[in-house]
Every structure is written in structure tokens, then in C-alpha cells.
Design a protein around this ligand. Structure first.
Ligand code: SF4
Ligand code: SF4
Length: 128
């Protein structure tokens, strides 16, 4: 399950994610993170069975947690199968099927937003 974690670094001495890993024993896969001196945002992936304990620990430590049900979605009426999204996606979410149609492996998406910006037909969007 993918979780989007946002947190403040104000007054925080220990790294949030490392602390939750240590306390929960859950291996957390960090798929994307932007952290500066004041705050942080991280997209993490955890086993579904461990999601609740990770959510609770994150929230106990002052973080905001959003469960991300979906990756990027494609409007097939707008898509012209140009392939621009294939080349820009860092996670190889997009691929061509046998009929040269662009398809998605939604589970790989880390919601970086690059394809949404790059699509010339505005066929891609993020549904959270
Ligand atoms: S960039 Fe947009 S129009 Fe081009 S293949 Fe991807 S979704 Fe379709
Ligand atoms: S949001 Fe990022 S990871 Fe997800 S499909 Fe688009 S480019 Fe790939």
C-alpha cells in the first residue's frame, strides 16, 4: 500500500521514517522523498498488512498520512498513443501493447507528476 507522508522537521531530532521502521519492525520502501530543513514529504510503500501500524506510528509522531489508492490514470478518449509518457516516466509505468496502444502498470507509479505535465493531450491525471 502506498502512503504519502508529510511532516514538519521543526523540533525533530531523529529521522521520522527510520524511527518508525525501528519501532514497528516493518520494512518501508521509500519510493520518492523531498526533504528540506523545515519539512518533508515522502511516498512510501508498505505491505498492506502493516499499513495500519505504520499509519498510526507516523500520526503519533505528528505526520500527516494519506493513503494513495491509485497511481496516474489515463483518459483513453484523449490519448493519441504518442508515447511521450513512456520516455519520461522514471518507473516504466507505460508500455506499448501488441496493437501499439499505450497501457499502464498503475502499481509502479510513484506519482512524481512528470507524465501529467508532459502529455500533450492532457490525457493523464492523478486520482487520489
Ligand atoms: S503522452 Fe499522453 S497522449 Fe501521449 S501516449 Fe501518453 S497519455 Fe497518450
Ligand atoms: S506520475 Fe511519475 S511515476 Fe507515475 S506514471 Fe507519471 S511519470 Fe511515471
Amino acid at each position: 500500500m502506498k502512503l504519502l507522508i508529510t511532516f514538519s522537521k521543526k523540533g525533530r531530532r531523529e529521522p521520522l521514517i527510520a524511527k518508525v521502521v525501528k519501532e514497528s519492525g516493518v520494512l518501508i520502501n521509500v519510493e520518492r522523498a523531498v526533504i528540506d530543513s523545515m519539512s518533508g514529504e515522502a511516498l512510501i510503500d508498505v505491505p498492506d498488512a502493516d499499513a495500519l501500524v505504520v499509519c498510526n506510528l507516523m500520526r503519533d509522531k505528528g505526520a500527516t498520512v494519506r493513503i494513495l489508492e491509485h497511481g496516474v490514470s489515463k483518459d483513453d478518449q484523449e490519448c493519441v498513443d504518442c508515447g511521450a509518457c513512456i520516455s519520461i516516466c522514471p518507473k516504466e509505468v507505460f508500455f506499448l501493447d501488441n496493437d501499439w496502444k499505450v497501457k499502464l502498470r498503475e502499481g509502479r507509479c510513484v506519482l512524481c507528476g512528470k507524465c501529467i505535465t508532459a502529455c500533450p493531450h492532457h490525457a493523464l491525471s492523478q486520482t487520489v
